[in-house]
Ligand binder design. Structure first.
Ligand code: DP6
Length: 320
């Protein structure tokens, strides 16, 4: 009645922003991401008759705030009356750093819980369950370059290219560690209901996905850079034009973009992407990682840097 699984966060290059079904948490658009290697969440789940309520610890500290969302995910995995669970989450990167800790957490939780419940599930079933908890979590089921595809009745995930087939590096510049003003679930709905750019975004996503898929097939870094930056700035434009406006950037975010532009002017193969927070993720070829890291570290307002290559999808860990 127990299972341990490990999963890494992923960074979207072609973003998921907006839902076509809020109740089922189905995305309005497909997306393409890269799964990281060096940051991870390990989830241990035990179903135990002796417990009177679900329990959660995050890095050894009891936590009530995240518990309802994790418990709902367990309900969906187990389906019928389930025993109470002890969930132990260990994360090797700052949870408040805006690095999609929910993606790695829900991917690992789904895999661990399915094992603990004795349910043999396909990757498609696990991705669908993880995606109901958090849309981006479905992509962390797989490694390398991953596409999330909207299907008639849900979602599917597929690997476009394995991590070792195109080994890029991601340098994350952390510019602020406080909680975000508006969570992405709520922000997406505000965008859908109020942004004049939202409908265009949904219409144009297929073209961006096609361009990115072709760039990945061809290992064409410049083409991937152009479409990823464009897609990211479109997503932020929707947020800026929403009512109320949602601006996740700070002054250091902008300075990091200038740093990336200066690196590009020196022919350094790097591009930026930014999610619903102020951190800048700089994606680069491995031979440029030290240069990119040094330049971002020297950028005023950058508090910390994390560097990761690309890695595998969520997997069970053998319990001793
Ligand atoms: C900007 O997966 O956190 O990071 O499904 O509401 O939990 P919910 O949203 P979430 O949104 C991620 C948004 C994004 C872009 C992306 O990862 O594709």
């Amino acid at each position: 009645m127990q299972g341990t699984a490990i999963a890494q966060p992923n960074i979207a290059l072609i973003k998921y922003w907006g839902k076509r079904d809020v109740a089922l948490n189905l995305p309005a658009v497909g997306s393409i991401s890269i799964t990281l290697r060096d940051l991870h969440t390990r989830m241990h789940v035990t179903f135990d008759d002796a417990l009177e309520a679900d329990e959660l610890t995050i890095n050894g500290v009891p936590d009530q705030g995240m518990l309802p969302r994790l418990a709902s995910c367990l309900d969906r995995v187990v389906e019928h009356d389930r025993r109470c669970a002890r969930i132990d989450s260990q994360c090797n990167f700052p949870i408040a750093a805006g690095l999609a800790s929910s993606a790695s957490s829900f991917a690992a939780l789904t895999v661990a819980a399915a094992h603990a419940a004795g349910k043999a599930m396909t990757t498609a079933e696990l991705a669908s369950l993880a995606g109901q908890a958090s849309g981006s979590a479905a992509r962390s089921l797989l490694g390398g370059f991953v596409e999330l595809v909207n299907t008639d009745d849900g979602i599917a995930v597929e690997t476009l290219c394995d991590a070792d087939e195109w080994p890029l590096e991601v340098v994350v510049a952390i510019t602020e560690t406080g909680p975000k003003a508006v969570g992405s679930t709520e922000a997406m709905e505000i965008s859908r209901k109020t942004s004049p750019f939202y409908a265009n975004w949904v219409d144009q996503q297929a073209a961006d996905l096609d361009t990115a898929r072709a760039a990945i097939d061809d290992r064409d870094f410049d083409a991937l850079a152009r479409v990823a930056e464009h897609n990211c700035l479109k997503m932020h434009s929707i947020m800026w034009a929403s009512r109320p406006p949602m601006v996740y950037w700070n002054a250091a975010t902008m300075r990091c973009l200038e740093t990336v532009r200066a690196l590009q002017a020196r022919d350094v193969a790097v591009f930026f992407t930014i999610d619903a927070g102020p951190q800048v993720k700089a994606v680069c070829l491995p031979e440029h990682a030290a240069d990119v890291e040094g330049a971002l570290r020297a950028t005023p307002g950058v508090e910390d840097i994390m560097v990761s290559g690309l890695g595998p999808g969520a997997r069970l860990e053998s319990t001793p």
